[in-house]
Design a protein around this ligand. Sequence first.
Ligand SMILES: [Zn+2]
Ligand SMILES: [Zn+2]
Length: 82
Amino acid sequence: MMCPVCNGIRLLEADCPRCLEPLLDCGPEQDLAGPYAPYGPAAAVSMLAPEKERQVVPVCMHRLYCTVCSHSSDAGVPLTLG
Ligand SMILES: [Zn+2]
Ligand SMILES: [Zn+2]
């Protein structure tokens, strides 16, 4: 299992919910085991999936930051086989 974003296969693209500017990917947060990762740092609910299809899958948590308004958020990138 690997993160396609960390491995440069694809870019993590998301827009700031406040100002709609592209968010900057600040990298993975795999060392953080917070309340969003009840099954460990390598498993969390993917926020990229449609809500009804959300399930606990292995993800790489990335910190996203808006350089325009300083808004920060997290995004879980589903890991892929390989
Ligand atoms: Zn990653
Ligand atoms: Zn912003």
